[in-house]
Design a protein around this ligand. Sequence first.
Ligand code: HEC
Length: 143
Amino acid sequence: MRKVSLSVLLLLLLSFTLAACGGGGDEEAAESGGETSSVGDAANGERLFNESIIGAASAPGCITCHSLEPGVVIVGPSQSDVGTRAETAIEGMSAEDYLRQSIVEPNAHIADGYTADVMYQNFGEELTNSQINDLVAFMLTLK
Ligand code: HEC
């Protein structure tokens, strides 16, 4: 008799544990299903873009060369609409890929009217992946 009630208790415990795990899994699925951007955190990207010094080697920040005002050229092109321009900049390349490549490999494509080697070249080594993802997410919103 005692043996039976013990196994019932164990079964009960087991089913509670399974139910708890199942519940947690559902919650996670619901959370990730609600996300809209897969790229990065645009709000953090905006903060990074506006820093005057950025990255492991204290390089000049994006905003020191790129204005966010339409038509204002500091050193590089205004980024006020770069999210739109990036969509058609390179045929067959997504806006996201174009922006990422422009940061980590600036000489891969030179924007019309500008020269190579002017944009800071080492962001690919000096920024973390997540910083680059956040910057890309921010720039995709610039339309
Ligand atoms: C020293 C000045 C300088 C800094 C600092 C700089 N850029 Fe640039 N950037 C340029 C110049 C000049 C160009 C245009 C030439 C080219 O295409 O490489 C450019 C081009 C670009 C382009 C592609 C051109 C376009 O508008 O379609 C992107 C995107 C870009 N920069 C993003 C960034 C981001 C993000 C940062 C900060 C992490 C940054 N830049 C920092 C000078 C700079």
